[in-house]
Design a protein around this ligand. Structure first.
Ligand code: ADP
Ligand code: MG
Length: 156
């Protein structure tokens, strides 16, 4: 399952997504480039995860993340999208996003309505906030990975 890949450390450039209108829903998702996505373990399950995220040398914030099938590539490639639980003054396309994924919430689902989708995401965000306050997840907020820009990525 998902757990054996966690915690998972990842760093890469934020690229333009495929305009699903996440921001219009109030839930912008910073997309990683295809190259970064390809570096993920091929058997990591799709679904909703949570963890910590940092843009450039900025503060470390809670995040929820989706690993899904990328409609732009006819669902043959994965996409990895991070919603940082923080209000930013500006977009940060082109910046380096560092994340550590610490937990798994649920598999991907289809929703009957936009409202159902939005409330599911709101629940995911609340679940992530609660889980990330627990010591086993909280400790990764302080990981050297976020403090050393050239820090080595040592997954597992
Ligand atoms: P796209 O389809 O280009 O990914 P989105 O509507 O998903 O567009 O918006 C994502 C962009 O919004 C990110 O690349 C980033 O520059 C910006 N952004 C602003 N606030 C956040 C946030 N809290 N979490 C993630 N991205 C954010
Ligand atoms: Mg996006």
């Amino acid at each position: 399952g998902a757990m054996r890949h966690l915690p998972y450390f990842c760093r890469g450039e934020v690229v333009k997504g495929f305009g699903r209108g996440s921001k219009e829903l109030g839930i912008p998702t910073a997309n990683f480039s295809e190259q970064v996505v390809e570096s993920f373990p091929s058997d990591i399950p799709t679904g909703i995860y949570y963890g910590w995220a940092c843009v450039g040398n900025g503060d470390v914030h809670k995040m929820v993340l989706s690993i899904g099938w990328n409609p732009f590539y006819k669902n043959i490639k994965k996409s990895v999208e991070t919603h940082i639980i923080h209000t930013f003054k500006e977009d940060f396309y082109g910046e380096i996003l560092s994340i550590v994924i610490t937990g798994y919430i649920r598999p991907e689902k289809n929703f009957d309505s936009l409202d159902a989708l939005i409330s599911a995401i709101q629940e995911d965000i609340e679940e992530a906030k609660r889980q990330l306050d627990l010591p086993e997840h909280l400790k990764l907020k302080e990981d050297n990975f976020f403090h050393l820009p050239e820090g080595k990525i040592a997954n597992n």
